[in-house]
Design a protein around this ligand. Sequence first.
Ligand SMILES: *Cc1c(COP(=O)(O)O)cnc(C)c1O
Length: 320
Amino acid sequence: MKQLTDFKRISLGTLPTPIHRLDNVSRILGTNVWIKRDDLTGVGLGGNKVRKLEFLLADAMEKKAEIVFTTGQAQSNHAMLTAACCRKLGMEPILILKKRGVMDMKGNILLESLMDTDVRFMDVPSYDAIYDEMDRVGKESGRPYYKIPCGGSNGLGALGYVDCIREIKEQEKEMGIHFSTIVCPEGSGGTHAGLALGHMIFAPETKVIGMKVDTDPFEVITPGIMREACELLELDMEIKEDEVFHADCAGPGYAIPSEEGNAAIRFMAKNEGLFLDPVYTGKAFGGLIRYAREGKFSPDENVLFIYSGGAGGLFAIDVQ
Ligand SMILES: *Cc1c(COP(=O)(O)O)cnc(C)c1O
């Protein structure tokens, strides 16, 4: 097996991110809820994509890319953070986004404009046409370019969250506690894939649950990303689909606020002074609250929520 340190990586994030206990939430839910502050990764408004981009943009730099393409829906946090990290590293970001969701000059689109980013929109049902367009624009430019998939969710990007588990294990040691369950939002699968693979390598006694905020078939997608990461790591490990755990939190659909998610946003704001977002963290934390109320966590258990950022969306999408 290769080590994570064998991979090229650019330091972009302020790591390790803090972990702290949510005292009021824990009291109300009757179990110990902790939060890992991946909203404080230090670039842009912070968020989970920075960990993936440390590996992806290192690969882009090694390949001497001058232009970096990525995609997502209109308010993609990943696209905004890719632009921010590229600006920091002196590479040119071009975002070819899907015409889906809030297109106004608000939220992440506003932030992209502040960074003077080349943002284009395509009205297409699948991302394949967008990846083709990246090749067309890239070739036409005559400059070396690099393509990052939606959400940065491929095997290489997922290594950022394999490493996050290693980081959490160290923090557990320092803090003298053990997390029985780790809960994360699942939007394109890379974060969950990395955490789930990290758990198999470094923390077999910790269960990882991906809270699905989209209706895509993550039961297949996420193990697929894990297998890609295994290949990169030259790790001979069988990934069984029924050993990767998910829960449904999408509500009426991706990026459409849900009642459960909105209630979670208000619950967290009122009890802890923290702001979840309507697309990912609000819905995922809503799932965690549901699990706690269904008695799925015992009172002495430590549950860790990956607070993956997303503040940009809070200012673009109406939370009723
Ligand atoms: C992208 C994103 C996620 C989902 O992560 P994936 O790796 O795409 O599943 C969760 N939270 C926020 C804030 C995000 O931007």
